[in-house]
Design a protein around this ligand. Structure first.
Ligand code: ASP
Length: 462
């Protein structure tokens, strides 16, 4: 097999898994095989597909916290200068806010010009009960972890970021004495990246199972009921991904949008399959650093930060849904209302984590603010699972684009890696164990054992 063929295999396999999953899921759904209690439903869709998919997503989640912790500390140490760190923080924050605000403004404009939602029949059994969204003050206070173990255990990303940065800075302050800890962190970071490779090896099968299950359960006919909403939303999401974000990328970094899109395909497929920017962090981080050439000192911060505060796709959904539901209820929001929607959506995206379905909670927050009926969300609830998949893919693309821009402006972008179409492609060799290194490691462990035993013997003689 040629090197190129071999290199292409994992990404291609993942894409194939995605397509096959959609086809098989659709076939099961259309053939009506997925009825309650049928063997296909019990053993295949909610059996095999569910188990394989859930194990994979859980494995990715397992990686997120330790990966962010070690890579971020290593990133802070890598930057070295605390002022630089502040610059990276401010730049990425502003870019995230800017892209989200543009996303929602464009979405409101497009949705309003299509006039979607007017004349939609409202069923009387609309029901959507909003979960409370956090107020800004508690979002800010909540950045500081009162209990680090709790922050890690519950995966509170902003708290983990805060703590990891503090640890990194403190290590820098300790200086030379902290060398063993620096080595420990660097090696742990490398170990975590290896773990990402191991989990990724089963990705094609997992993506197949995840999509097979989702599509078998959902089908596609519900899309036709809300065709206008779905078409405008999907169109705006794709517009943001392929036009707005790419213009911003080119303008601010000068780098090629087509290379970016090609390399991001893998990340987008994951985000699409699992509807969670947070659980996609390991994959995004790997692609952004290994394939797009963003230095770990930037990526380790911008990616988890972006997964939490940057949600362009989700903001677009909020814009389109707001217009749709306002029209359906015959409410005229006016310019003031639209501006409030933009502001609230941006704020809401900062305070909520990138997990499946969180967009709806944010939407209820926006609705309460502009005085739209929250139960109106029930109108778009049916298609939200599918829309969540597409908008999550847009969310993670925004995170990566901002990372490239910040890295470029900080001179921390390896342009040769970015431009090389083959750089960092996951290969099967990544999973092989280097026998020589393994042998060396075994010898070292043996030596350490010997030393300890020697110490014990000496101690006993005394
Ligand atoms: N699922 C999205 C994400 O994780 C958030 C949402 O729109 O519901 O990025």
């Amino acid at each position: 097999m040629s090197r190129k063929e071999k290199k292409m295999s994992l990404t291609t396999k993942v894409l194939l898994g995605m397509l096959l999953g959609i086809v098989v899921g659709l076939a099961i759904n259309l053939a009506g095989l997925n009825g309650e209690g049928s063997w296909v439903n019990v053993y295949i869709v909610n059996g095999l597909f569910h188990i394989v998919g859930a194990m994979f997503v859980t494995a990715l989640k397992m990686l997120v916290v330790p990966l962010v912790f070690f890579s971020l500390i290593s990133g802070v140490i890598g930057i070295g200068d605390i002022r630089e760190l502040g610059k990276v923080g401010v730049k990425s924050f502003l870019l995230y806010i800017l892209t989200t605000a543009i996303a929602i403004a464009v979405a409101l404009g497009i949705a309003a010009s299509f006039g979607i939602g007017s004349g939609v029949e409202m069923s009387s059994d609309l029901s959507f009960s909003a979960k409370a969204a956090p107020p800004l003050s508690s979002v800010l206070i909540d950045i500081v972890p009162g209990n680090v173990v709790n922050a890690f255990a519950t995966g509170k990303m902003l708290q983990i970021i805060f703590f990891s940065i503090l640890v990194g800075i403190s290590i820098l302050m300790v200086g030379k004495k902290a060398k063993p800890i620096v080595e420990l962190v660097e090696i742990s970071n490398e170990i975590m990246m290896r773990m990402v490779n191991i989990i990724m090896a089963v990705a094609p099968y997992a993506v197949f199972a995840l999509l097979g299950k989702a599509i078998a359960n959902l089908g596609l006919n519900l899309l036709t009921d809300l065709a206008g909403y779905v078409a405008v939303l999907t169109g705006t999401l794709l517009f943001h991904l392929f036009v707005t974000l790419m213009i911003i990328l080119k303008l601010f970094s000068g780098k090629s949008p087509s290379t970016f899109l090609k390399k991001m395909k893998e990340v987008q497929v994951f985000a699409f399959s699992i509807s969670s920017s947070n659980a996609t962090i390991p994959v995004t981080l790997r692609v952004v650093t290994d394939r797009l050439g963003v230095h770990n000192s930037i990526g380790s911060f911008t990616i988890p930060f972006g997964a939490t505060i940057n949600m362009d796709g989700t903001a677009i959904m909020q814009g389109v849904a707001t217009v749709f539901i306002a029209n359906a209820y015959g409410v005229d929001l006016g310019i003031g209302g639209y501006l409030t929607v933009i502001l609230m959506s941006v704020l809401a995206s900062i305070g909520t984590a990138g997990v499946p379905g969180v967009g709806l909670i944010m939407l209820s927050m926006v609705f309460t603010q502009v005085g739209l009926p929250v139960e109106g969300i029930g109108l778009v609830l049916g298609v939200d699972r599918l829309m969540d998949m597409i908008r999550t893919a847009v969310n993670v693309s925004g995170d990566a684009a901002v990372s490239v821009i910040v890295a470029k402006s900080e001179k921390k972008l390896d342009e040769a890696t970015y431009d090389d179409p083959e750089a960092g492609i996951a290969e099967e060799e990544d999973l092989e164990i280097d026998e020589e290194a393994e042998h060396e490691l075994a010898e070292t462990v043996e030596e350490i054992h010997e030393e300890i035993l020697e110490e014990v013997r000496k101690h006993k003689k005394k």
